[in-house]
Design a protein around this ligand. Structure first.
Ligand code: FES
Ligand SMILES: [Fe+2]
Length: 356
């Protein structure tokens, strides 16, 4: 299995990752560390998102501290200017610019999400495209979204959202969901792993019901599911059914849990949550408040796990004892191993998976 974070890279480079939420990127430069790389994002003259290495090739000033004019970004130090493809287009002290450039990175803006590819450009066509999540562009679903830096390796959040038996502990004070106790059904299909969990006539916990705009204590049948779509993306949700009409869906929630490594001990956690019921603005704002409280509970436990494992690392998965409820998380680790084994990065490091 993939070794836990001990300062080394445990994420594939040849993968589409989330760089930003679409509404974070404007004409002002946005600085991001993504995959151990400084990146600057901004919108060009026609609104398209441009992503460049955030390090001037002259004397290493961050371009994100400079200014954008049209498609061009100007370094704040000596005024070198760079175009959207990364080429230097102006040096104030020269009649014509020298052939220097910064890296430019492919981006794709899909609904509320800006994806970026920082991997081997020769292999981009062989890499799966950003995973499709149709509900993020479906007007029937009203969304709330956000981004949270977490001082933990990105895989810790992957495992967190693949094993919801933590709900009754980490989130007892927020959602109060105490009935997620059994190991879910887990299926692995290629590079995807899905869990499903069904609840029959289970009364809704007070916090959970309030977040959904539903009556506390009311019994519902619930079909919960979650899928590891790629090392970057996890999609989950719940379909609610009136127990007296168990074949008629009574509403649905969706979540995207999008994790981008910053470095071995930090991630950016982008989340999008949506539902197609009780979704007026006030209800959704209330939903977002309770979600944020829940996500901070995850942040607190994950940063503690990271701090402990960084201070006293144990080799690989041998330092952990998994149980049946970890089946989806363990499968996800193996999938990440496969993504990494597929990469050919010419840095002399053999990243082939080392199974237990
Ligand atoms: S460091 Fe950017 S122009 Fe000199
Ligand atoms: Fe959680």
């Amino acid at each position: 299995m993939a070794p836990p974070p001990q300062g080394g890279r445990n994420y594939p480079l040849n993968c589409w990752w989330v760089a930003a939420l679409a509404d974070e990127v404007g004409q002002e430069p946005l600085a991001r560390w993504l995959l151990d790389t400084p990146v600057v994002l901004y919108r060009g003259a026609t609104g398209e998102v441009i992503a460049l290495e955030d390090r001037c090739p002259h004397r290493q000033a961050p371009l994100s501290a400079g200014k954008v004019e049209g498609d061009v970004i100007e370094c704040p130090y000596h005024g070198f200017r760079f175009g959207p493809g990364g080429r230097c287009v102006h040096v104030p002290s020269m009649a014509s610019p020298p052939p220097i450039r910064v890296e430019s990175y492919p981006v794709r803006e899909i609904g509320p999400i800006v994806w970026i590819y920082l991997g081997d450009q020769q292999r981009i066509d062989q890499v799966p495209p950003p995973p499709q999540m149709d509900w993020t562009t479906d007007p029937a679903f009203v969304m709330r979204k956000g981004v949270m830096p977490i001082a933990a390796n990105y895989l810790l959040l992957k495992e967190n959202v693949l094993d919801l038996t933590h709900l009754g502990y980490v989130h007892a004070a927020s959602f109060g969901i105490m009935d997620w106790v059994n190991p879910p059904e887990v299926t692995v299909d290629g590079d995807r792993v899905t869990y499903t969990q069904d609840f029959v006539r289970s009364p809704l916990a007070a916090g959970y019901a309030m977040s959904l705009g539903l009556a506390p204590g009311m019994p519902w049948n619930r079909h919960g599911f979650g899928t590891f779509l790629s090392p970057a993306a996890h999609e989950s949700g719940t379909v609610f059914f009136d127990p007296d009409q168990p074949d008629v869906p009574g509403g649905q929630t969706f979540f995207a849990h999008l994790t981008t490594p910053v470095d071995a001990g930090n991630m950016l956690y982008f989340f999008v949550a949506a539902r197609d019921f009780a979704n007026d603005a006030a209800a959704m704002d209330h939903f977002a408040q309770i979600l944020m409280r829940g996500f901070r509970e995850d942040e607190e436990i994950l940063s503690k796990v990271q701090a402990l494992s960084s201070r006293q690392p144990r080799r690989g998965s041998r330092g952990e004892r998994s149980v049946k409820a970890d089946a989806a998380g363990v499968a996800a680790r193996r999938i990440v191993d496969r993504w990494m084994a597929r990469e050919t990065i010419d840095d002399g490091i053999d990243r082939a998976a080392t199974p237990d």
